[in-house]
Design a binder for this molecule. Structure first.
Ligand SMILES: NC(=O)c1ccc[n+]([C@@H]2O[C@H](COP(=O)([O-])OP(=O)(O)OC[C@H]3O[C@@H](n4cnc5c(N)ncnc54)[C@H](OP(=O)(O)O)[C@@H]3O)[C@@H](O)[C@H]2O)c1
Length: 285
């Protein structure tokens, strides 16, 4: 009989969808969070455990009885590699056989990037791995800060110029993660996860307007205006610069690539931006 599947980042956007999918598939799921007392799931087979990348003393109990892991290195952190390495070492000691690692699109070509370092460390560890490299999530429009800006001003203010992006729905990322954790044949592979279409932000604004019934505009802002606005919202200078760096890649066209991996892995088309907008219409009103 298989052991438990550990989901790291289980209360986050991808992890919470994944916990639901794995539970429906009959897997015994261990859900990692810094605050298990606050965590809830309607699925009785989900066991919440206390886990904190900052406290390596939580690693052993978290991994006890686990044979597969969904790994998110600490989100939004330029030094996520440093806290992920000791966890990967512990996985190896405990005989974890498969790690599905949430990385990011383009990580393979950026040696200085923390998520690339995590990929490489995992590859060298001898533990079975699958890298998932998603593009920007569609959910950036339904969560802060962008959703708050859209509600307050009726506009999307980002420094994307007229670049196109193949945004992906987190529900597709979770579906791919569930498949790669439960099917054979994905060890040693890396998948690039995008939506089925690259859209510019005029098209994104039209889709949000059409779904919500509220007129939403796209306003292309300069990098300097974005920096002022992110800092005013309380984001640290480090995270601000990190985000601005991602938008530089967007403007250079790197995020317009459309991959067929979701279609191949799931046997269906990725969720469209129009569908995402319909499913989230109430959040922009
Ligand atoms: N957003 C995008 O467009 C995008 C695009 C490509 C790749 N990615 C990658 O996707 C990942 C983020 O995924 P997500 O959006 O699902 O994450 P998320 O919603 O931001 O959060 C994931 C969870 O991480 C947990 N966490 C935070 N600090 C922790 C710590 N010190 N120890 C243990 N757990 C901690 C939190 O759980 P608790 O509070 O319950 O502990 C949180 O719910 C990042 O690696 C990012 O680089 C994102």
């Amino acid at each position: 009989m298989s052991g438990q599947v550990l989901v790291i980042g289980a209360t986050g956007s991808v992890g919470s969808e994944l916990v639901t999918l794995l539970s429906r598939m009959g897997e015994r799921v261990r859900a990692a969070t810094r605050d298990p007392a606050a965590a809830r799931s309607p699925h009785s087979a989900v066991e919440f455990v206390e886990f904190d990348f900052e406290r390596p003393q939580t690693f052993a109990a978290t991994l006890d009885g686990v044979d597969r892991v969904f790994l998110i290195a600490r989100p939004g952190d330029d030094h996520a590699d440093l806290v992920a390495y000791p966890l990967i070492d512990e996985m190896k000691r405990r005989g974890v056989r498969q790690v599905v690692n949430l990385s990011a699109m383009g990580a393979e070509s950026r040696d200085d990037f923390a998520l690339k370092k995590v990929e490489r460390y995992l590859e060298d560890s001898g533990v079975g791995f699958t890298h998932l490299r998603p593009n920007f999530f569609m959910q950036v429009f339904s969560t802060p800060p962008l959703v708050l800006g859209i509600r307050a001003t009726g506009a999307i203010h980002i420094p994307a110029a007229d670049a196109k992006l193949s945004y992906i729905d987190v529900r597709d990322i979770a579906a791919v993660a569930a498949a790669t954790l439960t099917e054979q044949g994905h060890t040693g592979k890396a998948y690039t996860l995008t939506g089925g279409q690259a859209l510019d932000h005029q098209e994104i604004a039209r889709a949000i307007s059409g779904a919500s019934g509220r007129a939403v505009q796209y306003v292309a802002i300069s990098e300097e205006a974005a920096r002022r606005s992110l800092e005013a919202s309380g984001l640290s200078p480090e995270r601000t610069e990190r985000l601005l760096g991602f938008y530089r890649l967007v403007r250079q066209g790197f995020c317009a690539l459309v991959s067929s991996d979701v279609q191949t892995l799931l046997g269906r088309a990725p969720i469209s931006f129009a569908q995402f907008a319909l499913d989230n219409a109430s959040c922009w009103k």
